[in-house]
Design a protein. Structure first.
Lengths: 102, 241
């Protein structure tokens, strides 16, 4: 790919990506503000996060389940995110060390 | 404003203090961002991008998954359609992220809102959504976290493009990919309001997995998010007397 083409690709990608970043707040501006809209947007935030976590966990295999399971448990018990993430990763690393790489 | 019982929350703000809080919240995920950035720099050089083009891409696009994906399409002549479709499909989830930030943009000038959105990404969005549940009303939270991630991502790309020696397999060995998932999962715990979230979240998870199995790659966040949101809305409408 020539340098000119490469620069054009980078510009096009940047434009498309920014359109997705700005698109959400732009589009939602056309929806009338109501209790129903608020309600939907509130569910949306959690649902998006679930949709990020579940496939990534499954793709991670046994270590994914261990890391996420331990992190969630630790977050519930300790009520702090950072140590919970650390414990989740530690558990996955131990699992990998003793059960072998999947 | 009179100190009466106001049913709506006050308008959002965008301050340096908010930026600072957001930057601090994002610290735990900087190591994986850094390592993925290095991996991207190496991979980009591997398919023939010049180092400065890779760095420019990280600066202007700032979307790891899409950047990795187009490396597979880095051929001559440029496959414009697949390349742009892939970029859009992978980044389409940003539309949902942005839409969910409506309350946090309320009352801010358009240039602040659309300026802040240049830095919108899953991680700083998740951090902000979790903080919002605890009363955060400052869009700077998104900006501060985003700026720190952006600086990390760009500098790591440069390092990767200049140096070398690490591959994506190494990243997997060090479980760094799992840091991001664990971060999102713990955020989810803080976001949960109770039983009311059970059904939408279940639907979101099932729909996301369905999309992974039956749809082209990268639509699962969009499909799962919308399905979960709609499920919650329909359930509430049916319960309404």
């Amino acid at each position: 790919m020539s340098t000119t083409d490469a620069l054009l690709v980078v510009c096009a990608m940047a434009l498309v990506t920014y359109a997705t970043r700005a698109g959400g707040i732009f589009l939602v501006g056309f929806v009338p503000m109501s209790a129903r809209t608020e309600n939907f947007l509130r569910y949306l935030a959690g649902a998006v996060l679930v949709a990020l976590v579940v496939p990534a966990t499954v793709r991670g295999g046994p270590e994914g389940y261990v890391a996420v399971g331990v992190a969630i448990l630790a977050r519930l018990v300790l009520r702090k995110a950072l140590p919970a993430i650390a414990l989740g990763i530690l558990a996955a690393a131990l699992w990998r060390a003793y059960m072998g790489a999947s | 404003m009179p100190p009466t019982s106001e049913p709506h929350p006050p308008g959002a703000t965008l301050t340096w203090a908010g930026c600072w809080r957001g930057a601090r919240a994002i610290l735990p995920v900087l190591p994986p961002v850094f390592v993925f950035g290095i991996a991207f720099g190496i991979a980009a050089r591997g398919v023939g991008l010049e180092g400065w083009v890779a760095a420019l891409m990280s600066m202007a696009v700032f979307a790891g998954a899409a950047q990795f994906a187009v490396l597979d399409l880095w051929t001559s002549p440029v496959p414009w359609l697949p390349l742009l479709v892939a970029t859009f499909a992978i980044n389409a989830r940003h539309i949902l992220l942005g839409a969910s930030l409506r309350a946090l943009c309320q009352g801010l000038s358009p240039w602040k809102v659309y300026g802040a959105m240049t830095l919108l990404s899953d991680l700083n969005w998740a951090a902000l959504i979790a903080a919002e549940r605890k009363g955060e009303r400052d869009l700077g939270y998104l900006v501060g976290g985003g700026l720190l991630m952006w600086a990390t991502w760009v500098s790591a790309t440069v390092i990767g493009a200049v140096a070398g020696g690490l591959t994506l397999d190494d990243v997997k060995t060090y479980a760094l990919d799992l840091v991001l998932v664990a971060f999102f999962a713990t955020t989810l715990v803080g976001l949960r309001r109770g039983r009311v979230d059970d059904l939408p979240w279940l639907v979101a998870g099932l729909a996301a997995m369905g999309a992974v199995w039956f749809l082209p790659p990268n639509w699962h966040v969009m499909v799962g998010g919308l399905a979960g949101g709609v499920a919650g809305l329909i359930r509430d409408e049916l319960k309404r007397p």
